[in-house]
Structure formats: structure tokens, C-alpha cells
Design a protein around this ligand. Structure first.
Ligand SMILES: N[C@@H](CCC(=O)N[C@@H](CS)C(=O)NCC(=O)O)C(=O)O
Length: 216
């Protein structure tokens, strides 16, 4: 078995890094420097023409999009480790939340992040860069409102539950990566107490604690 993991620190690849840590899978990590054009090199674009991380190559097959990667790794390695549901309605529920994390929650977060002053990245360095003249108070407010609306959906889903599918699964691993990022963007979790408590339970997972200790 060969598994190569293309990543960049402090990027969406952190979600996949957490999934790999939970699954305790050996992989060959390859770090790419986003600002320095690492994701634009022809050899990487041949693997992922979108020029984005995370990307994995499993036994010669390239898989990109963090949601697809989590679902794929869950299906292949997670079922026997009780970290991903077997095929059936529970599997559907897992897929629903993983896709929602990217399409709704992270979409709102990305729009919010694009409205903020970046880290000095230029248009050439990041396709997500929004030049100041394209930013507006209205767009920032909309992104903030959409982020909070999504967090409230998550909060309601977590009411009376320890984890999204009751027992801890890779759905939580995936989701906490994006919610943690929203926290780093300065999102106030005051109105979503179930999310705050769940984040704490996720952070107490040994694999995630070890990963965080490694990164700090
Ligand atoms: N929808 C993609 C988003 C991945 C993405 O946007 N990755 C960014 C880092 S957070 C990236 O690789 N950017 C490379 C670049 O800007 O050159 C996913 O979920 O995997």
C-alpha cells in the first residue's frame, strides 16, 4: 500500500491530517509551500490540476477535495476501526455532514476570510485573494451572517449528543477542522454552546491532542 499526502501547514489539508492521525495510517507526507508557488509547480498540477491541498495519491490514484478524501479514507480504512459507518443510512448521514461542512460552513468561512485583510498574499500567490476594491461591508456582513447561520444548524444537531452521529466518527474529525478554523478567524461561539462543548470533546481525542502538541 502506498499513500502520499500533499499538504501545507495551516491550510485545508489540516482536516485531512487530522483524519489520517485518527486512522493511524502510515503515509508519505509531502509539504508544499503555498505562497512560494509550491502548489503551482507542473509536477503537482499533473496530480491535482486545481493546484490545491489536501491531495492524496493512494496506490497510484490521485484524490483531491477534502470532503472526498475524508469519505474515501473513512470507507477504505475507517469502518473496521469504528470511525466511519458501514454502507447504509448512517453512512448517508456521515456523507451529508462532510459535504455540508465544505459546501455550506466552509463556503461561508471562505467568503468571510476573503473579506479580511489577508496575510499579504498577492493574487498570483493565492486564487482566493480578494483585492481591497472587491471587498465590501455588505459582503462581509453576509459572510458573517451565513457563518453564524451554519454554526446554529450545527449547534442544533449537537443538542443532547456527544458527537454528530452519537459516537465519535471521522465526521467529527472533519467538521472540527473547519470549526476550529472559524475560531481562528475570530468567530464568536457565544451563541452556539453545544458547538463549544463538542469542540472540547473533539480536542480531547488522543490523536488530535498529539497532533496539536506537534504543531505548537
Ligand atoms: N475545496 C478544497 C479547497 C482546498 C483549498 O482551497 N486549499 C488551499 C489551501 S487552504 C490551497 O491549496 N491553495 C493553494 C493555492 O492557493 O495555491 C478542499 O476542500 O480540499
Amino acid at each position: 500500500m502506498s499513500l502520499t499526502f500533499y499538504f501545507a501547514p495551516y491550510s485545508t489539508a489540516s482536516v485531512t491530517e487530522a483524519v489520517l492521525a485518527e486512522l493511524d495510517i502510515e503515509c508519505d507526507p509531502i509539504e508544499l509551500a503555498i505562497g512560494a508557488g509550491g502548489t503551482r509547480k507542473p509536477e503537482f498540477l499533473a496530480i491535482n490540476p486545481n493546484g490545491r491541498v489536501p491531495t492524496i495519491v493512494h496506490d497510484g490514484v490521485a484524490i483531491w477535495e477534502s470532503s472526498a478524501i475524508t469519505m474515501y479514507l473513512g470507507e477504505v480504512f475507517g469502518v473496521e476501526k469504528n470511525l466511519y459507518p458501514a454502507p447504509g443510512p448512517k453512512r448517508g448521514e456521515a456523507m451529508k455532514w462532510i459535504v455540508w461542512a465544505n459546501m455550506v460552513l466552509a463556503d461561508a468561512g471562505s467568503r468571510l476570510s476573503a473579506q479580511m485583510d489577508g496575510d499579504g498574499a498577492t493574487q498570483e500567490e493565492s486564487p482566493d485573494y480578494l483585492s481591497p476594491e472587491l471587498r465590501s461591508e455588505a459582503a462581509a456582513k453576509r459572510a458573517q451572517d451565513d457563518t453564524m447561520a451554519a454554526l446554529k444548524i450545527l449547534d442544533a444537531a449537537l443538542a443532547g449528543k456527544q458527537f454528530l452521529l452519537s459516537d465519535y466518527t471521522l465526521v467529527d474529525t472533519h467538521m472540527q477542522g473547519f470549526v476550529g478554523w472559524l475560531g481562528m478567524l475570530g468567530t464568536d461561539f457565544g451563541e452556539v454552546p453545544n458547538v463549544t462543548a463538542w469542540l472540547g470533546r473533539c480536542a480531547a481525542r488522543p490523536a488530535l491532542t498529539a497532533l496539536m502538541a506537534e504543531q505548537n
